[in-house]
Design a binder for this molecule. Structure first.
Ligand SMILES: CC(C)(COP(=O)(O)OP(=O)(O)OC[C@H]1O[C@@H](n2cnc3c(N)ncnc32)[C@H](O)[C@@H]1OP(=O)(O)O)[C@@H](O)C(=O)NCCC(=O)NCCS
Length: 165
């Protein structure tokens, strides 16, 4: 094995793989890190068992025992797709994993000849909005006072669309 010079950082390598039902517990754990109303393991199991649902996890190469570093869950209906949720572990953000996950969904829908991908995002979620805009999503709707925050504050949900053809 090649030895790294003293002090060099090992570049961590991640692969994207389809989600499976046995991922449900790890997905619930990651989801809990960020969402005010986290989805339970049972909810993830139920979503993953639906024919129309699909998704991907990013996993560190050579570290199979550790849970996923992030995941995306989506749904397909007729010729449209919808992102249900996407999360990357806090410590690994801003290293391209969110992009890889969203790209895997876009590729799958493109191959299935879908017309468009939709999602809903909190307008105060700057990192997610930046990612979606860079991926070519544009705002097609707005639901005012949709999300509840601490101290009774509310924010709007933006509905975004990415054309696939
Ligand atoms: C949104 C989220 C999935 C992005 O994942 P990520 O792995 O950090 O994103 P990436 O590293 O792939 O970023 C790709 C691009 O998106 C944009 N972006 C991502 N995070 C950003 C941030 N904090 N600030 C500004 N731009 C950002 C940048 O353009 C970035 O490219 P660059 O790093 O070359 O500038 C992650 O922040 C997350 O898990 N957030 C909590 C859960 C959540 O809010 N999910 C969305 C619900 S709708």
């Amino acid at each position: 094995m090649m030895r790294l010079p003293f002090g060099a950082l090992r570049v961590r390598d991640f692969m994207v793989e389809p989600l499976v039902e046995t991922d449900a517990a790890a997905l619930a754990e990651l989801h809990r890190e960020d969402f005010h109303r986290p989805w339970s393991q049972i909810e993830f199991e139920s979503l993953l068992s639906q024919d129309t649902a699909f998704g991907y996890a990013v996993r560190e190469v050579g570290n199979a025992r550790r849970g996923p570093a992030g995941f995306v869950l989506a749904r397909r209906a007729a010729d449209e797709g919808e992102i249900l949720t996407v999360v990357v572990a806090r410590a690994l953000r801003r290293s391209g994993l969110g992009w890889k996950l969203m790209d895997a969904v876009l590729r799958e829908l493109h191959a299935a000849r879908a017309q468009a991908l939709f999602l809903e995002v909190d307008e105060s979620n700057a990192p997610a909005l930046a990612l979606y805009r860079r991926l070519g999503f544009r705002e097609v709707g707005r639901r005012p006072s949709y999300y509840d925050h601490a101290e009774g504050k509310k924010s709007a949900a933006l509905v975004m669309r990415r054309d696939l053809r």
